[in-house]
Write a protein of this length. Structure first.
Length: 106
């Protein structure tokens, strides 16, 4: 086995341990609208981890404003966030705090 193959294999094992997944309920009155989506992107882009949002089986890039808006999350909907990478835990915590605080609205 070549050295690069070994390094890649080890990296995949290491990376698999750095995945965080949590589900949150959208509690602000207007749901996930453009201003809120921009706040999510602002937080997401601070992290090196790959971040994904999922609703009803549709998975989108958590660092893309337009992708997040396509989820069309009204009040009461549930959204699952998955972060993959070295700072996944911190990313989920910060995004969760934003959602729980109703994005600073209401």
């Amino acid at each position: 086995m070549r050295k690069t193959d070994t390094i890649n294999k080890l990296w995949r094992l290491f990376r698999s341990d750095m995945v965080e997944i949590r589900t949150f309920e959208i509690k602000n009155k207007l749901g996930l609208h453009a201003r809120v989506a921009a706040k999510l992107v602002n937080v997401s882009t601070r992290f090196k981890s790959k971040i994904f949002f999922e609703r009803d089986g549709r998975v989108v890039n958590g660092k893309s404003l337009l992708s997040i808006l396509t989820l069309a999350c009204p009040l009461g909907s549930r959204i699952t966030i998955r972060a993959e990478g070295i700072d996944a835990k911190e990313a989920i915590e910060d995004l969760g705090k934003l959602i729980k605080d109703k994005f600073g609205e209401d």
